[in-house]
Design a protein around this ligand. Structure first.
Ligand code: NAP
Length: 663
């Protein structure tokens, strides 16, 4: 294992940009039979790539074995869509190559040449759009020169006495990515974190059943490619451990001020800096000045509670999913879960067989994406390859990321003139019907639930949940009641629905989501000419590329408005893109000896116009759809409606025509 002090040293400053890089593989000693078994159970496209890389023999990636990867409507096709015959041939090729790795005692990939990485990208993308290559190579830790690591340091580009400092707000995934790149660039920075932990979401959400709902291997920083994940969908605690390990390995902990809340940031016209007011838990306030600020506080931090009368009168225990109270023993109690979103669908199956009764309050039902392997460990073949085949885990991660790059985006595009309720296009309708079919198959014990659990909105309008059958199981247990009448009020002992039914409960769990549209609240930002960010936004957050807002010079938001995804993409890639954009902006400012850049209003207006037009053509942008991706004005402020590649390309470097430069 390596750490930041040695990462990159092996092949020069910019070679390996991966805190988890390892070159300590031991030679393979397994016999042919064992290798055959490994190959039989392996994911073939990623295996062929790993073998080509370690042997540096690109002929392994035969054109006839390129995965067609036609995007699946409800999932990534198995083995990249290779036919049976192709799979047979691929196994033969893989077995020979694996024997070669053993016989030649190959224990490290070393670094790949440009031609080699291009050959790999051509194979993986099936000779598709070459524009994807730089974006994909950003994710390959053995391809020198492509990573997101800054190619400069402040010392190298600043003149004597020229300073630049940055304040990062929040030590979740976004703040960690920001801190990591700033550290690499040698830019002085502080990360202010109001709590006492890193990782944001992942240390806060400890509810029963918490785990990833995107594949584990697509859920890591490009600069911290952990590859020994045991599960296909990691448990919350495992991600939390990962986040802390990244901070430890990178030395980021030296830069984080825990227990320090950012209260207000004020642009100081005379100094051309941000004056940042912080408050520690003991009430101590302090103002410090920074050349730039990077708010990275996420949107899923502030719990949202239903506005129901009587909530405060409830005499039993009540808690939000993100504030789970582990001192409350729910076993053998009557528990209510309000909400049926991404948190509820993990909590409900986790507790159903331990409670006396479970009442699930559903306002709208979730679409469920078939994922039989949701609770599964990685396979034995996979584990063996991780342990023995150099950099296999990195290639598998690469493959998973490619699979999710455009993912199921084709299923949510609205067809002009399509007026069938519940879908937005023929493809979307096809997905709808396939999913309904699966629902019907699952609800055989309580068939009366079928009508209640089929959503009336188009697939993709909200996050689709992972379905391995446990949700349907939980809803059909004798102790479970699915309530679809709206909640009228809460009494000291019950929840009363509009039809007058009183549901007596001991514990209420609010799995009701977050104040996601209230970007950057409750932090206060006062920009140029005293403009207050939240007044300027008026509850409708807009930022150019999710990053820049007019009147707020050198403010680079990470995980800002419209940078989320529903059916494709990677949160980490989006976050890293925003961070790299900010670093490029900082580099430019230092090199040109300028103070700041401030987005021009027309640049934002033009961007938002196109953004809104694109959102309107997606299922989540449909008018009348109730989704937290839309804010109170019905405008989609959460989701990036273009391709991932588009975000990547637009965030490579700031277009200075769109900014006013402050000398
Ligand atoms: P959510 O998806 O917003 O779900 C909230 C649920 O509460 C919805 O079913 C909503 O119904 C319901 N609800 C809200 N207000 C209500 C009210 N007044 N009365 C009745 N029902 C009400 O929130 P979440 O489940 O916490 O998930 C939020 C996001 O966090 C997810 O989309 C995902 O991005 C992330 N997340 C990820 C994971 C993971 O990766 N493992 C797990 C959990 C969460 P409506 O649908 O009708 O609004």
């Amino acid at each position: 294992m390596t750490d930041i002090t040695t990462a990159g040293v092996r092949d020069g400053a910019h070679a390996i940009d991966d805190l988890f890089y390892r070159d300590d593989y031991t030679p393979i000693v397994a016999d042919d039979l064992m290798l055959e078994e490994v190959v039989r159970g392996a994911d073939l496209p990623s295996l062929l790539v790993a073998l080509a890389a370690v042997t540096h023999d690109m002929s392994i990636l035969r054109p006839g074995l390129r995965p067609p990867m036609q995007a699946g409507d409800i999932g990534v096709p198995l083995q990249g869509g290779l036919t049976e015959a192709q799979q047979h041939e691929a196994r033969e090729v893989a077995l020979e190559a694996l024997k070669r790795v053993r016989d030649e005692k190959l224990t490290s990939v070393g670094t790949l040449t440009d031609d080699e990485v291009q050959a790999i990208v051509t194979y993986v993308t099936n000779d598709g759009n070459p524009a994807y290559a730089p974006m994909l190579l950003h994710e390959v830790d053995v391809a020198p020169g492509y990573s997101g690591k800054p190619t400069w340091t402040l010392d190298e580009i600043a003149e004597q006495g020229q300073d630049f400092s940055v304040a990062v707000f929040g030590a979740g995934a976004s703040g960690m990515a920001a801190g990591y790149r700033l550290k690499q660039a040698g830019v002085p920075f502080v990360v202010f974190e109001k709590d006492h932990n890193v990782g944001g979401t992942w240390w806060k959400n400890t509810y029963p059943g918490v785990r990833l709902d995107t594949p584990t291997y697509g859920y890591s920083f490009s600069f911290a490619q952990r590859t020994d994940w045991p599960r296909q969908f990691a448990l919350g605690g495992e991600i939390d451990d990962y986040m802390r390990e990244v901070v430890r390995r990178s030395g980021l902990d030296q830069h984080i001020e825990f227990g320090t809340e950012v209260v207000r940031s004020t642009w100081n016209e005379s100094t051309g800096m941000w004056d940042v007011l912080t408050r520690t838990h003991d009430g101590t306030e302090r103002v410090r000045s920074f050349n730039a600020i990077m708010p990275a506080v996420g949107q899923l931090d502030r719990p949202k509670f239903p506005d129901v009368p009587g909530r405060d009168t409830f005499a039993g225990a009540q808690m939000h999913s993100a504030e789970w109270d582990h001192s409350v023993d729910y076993r053998d109690k009557r528990v209510a879960v309000i909400g049926t979103g991404a948190s509820a669908y993990q909590i409900v199956p986790a507790i159903v067989d331990e409670v006396e009764s479970l009442t699930v309050f559903q306002r709208s039902s979730p679409w469920m994406l078939p994922t039989p392997s949701y609770y599964d460990d990685m396979t034995t073949s996979f584990q063996w390859l991780i342990d023995h085949l150099p950099s296999y885990g990195q290639w598998f991660r690469f493959w998973v990321l490619w699979g999710s790059t455009e993912g199921r985006a084709h299923t949510v595009i609205a067809e002009p003139g399509w007026d069938k309720p519940g879908s937005v296009s023929a493809t979307n309708e096809r997905v709808r019907e396939a999913l309904i079919e699966l629902v019907r198959e699952q609800y055989t014990i309580k068939p009366e639930l079928v009508d209640k659990v089929i959503p009336d909105y188009p697939p993709g309008a909200k996050r689709m949940l992972r379905d391995n059958g446990v949700w349907a199981y939980a809803l059909q247990r004798p102790q479970t009641t699915l309530v679809t009448d709206g909640i009228a009020r809460i009494t000291p002992t019950s929840i009363v629905t509009h039809d007058g039914t009183e549901h007596e409960v001991d514990i209420i769990v609010y799995a009701t989501g977050f104040l996601a549209s209230e970007f950057l609240e409750p932090l206060e930002f006062i920009g140029r000419d005293g403009v207050n960010l939240h007044e300027y936004w008026g509850g409708d957050a807009k930022a150019y590329l999710g990053i820049s807002v007019p009147n707020f010079p050198n403010m680079f938001i990470v995980s800002g408005p419209n940078t989320g995804h529903v059916v494709n993409g990677s949160l980490f890639l989006m976050v890293e893109c925003a961070v790299e954009y900010a670093l490029e902006a900082i580099k430019g400012l230092v090199e040109r000896r300028e103070t700041a850049i401030d987005l021009k209003q027309p640049a934002l207006d033009e961007f938002v116009e196109k953004l809104d037009a694109a959102s309107a053509t997606k299922s989540w942008g449909r008018k009348g759809v109730n989704t937290w991706y839309q804010n109170k004005f019905g405008r989609v402020s959460q989701i990036w409606p273009f391709t991932v590649l588009d975000y990547w390309e637009r965030t490579r470097t700031p277009d200075l025509d769109k900014y006013e430069v402050i000398a």
